[in-house]
Design a protein around this ligand. Sequence first.
Ligand code: CP
Ligand code: NVA
Length: 313
Amino acid sequence: PVNLRGRHLLWLKDYKPEEIRYLLNLAVALKAKKRAGIRGNLLAGKNIALIFEKPSTRTRCAFTVACLDEGGHAEYLGKSDIQLGHKEDVKDTARVLGRMFDGIQFRGFKQSVVEELAMYAGVPVWNGLTDSYHPTQALADVMTMQECFGDVKGLKLVYVGDGRNNVANSLMVISSKLGMHYVIAAPKELYPSQELLDECRAEGARHGAIIEVIEDPHEAVRGAQAVYTDVWASMGEEEKLAERIKLLKPYQVNRTLMDLADKEAIFLHCLPAVKGNEVTEEVFESAQSKVFEEAENRLHTIKAVIVATIGNL
Ligand code: CP
Ligand code: NVA
């Protein structure tokens, strides 16, 4: 039996496929519970800290509502509220918060910070996005695909655009674990790191996953069940936007591109979206677009992560 009590969620690389499936199944159960209007007490008596160096709508609200739905308390700590990394170093902050809270969410720039928090907090630390990974997003994305198609094993997911950002990376990690066919379509300048590719291909080989990176978006999306894109300049790289627009214009997800995918294909985007850049308004608003189901699933998957790691199960 799977037991995730006390575990961190930093990048998902250390999770076994059955542990990821356990989280997805728990998310499905918690979604049904919420739909039935049942409030729970799986987090009664639990306090969680939410550290945000970068802004957030979905992740912040998902952690907050998830916690409240199950009877816990969530404390938001914004970038000007605490001294993290300025007047107080990461390991001291971790040791203080770890004595007061049962779990800590961190969203920020460096992956090394969330790892350092995990090293010293003594309680589970959850990565709510860093420059390198966005693991809770990947869980919601796969849950959404599962709702549309059933088991995700063998499904073709094509990520089009900035092939080396946090979302592209985490989708690669989860695809490798769940035996998916993951294709990144990106210009050479924005290919994922060779190191992550090698790691995910090695892991993927054990679970029947195929990981590919190609330049041509049209070739990439053929036969895809899901076409995914994200902003062309992530938080913290706003100054690169002009250059990215030039580089990524041919990678816009528009009607022409969607029509090359499977007839049943869905469109996914982690949001927030810049319509007219990475996706057209037409595709975003189309029946194929599952972006709001996906956004809602952030709540259920994040709740599953909190409950599984610190809950009264
Ligand atoms: N997708 C996502 O992480 O959204 P927020 O930045 O609003 O949290
Ligand atoms: N890649 C985006 C994802 C936002 C949820 C960013 O890091 O800004």
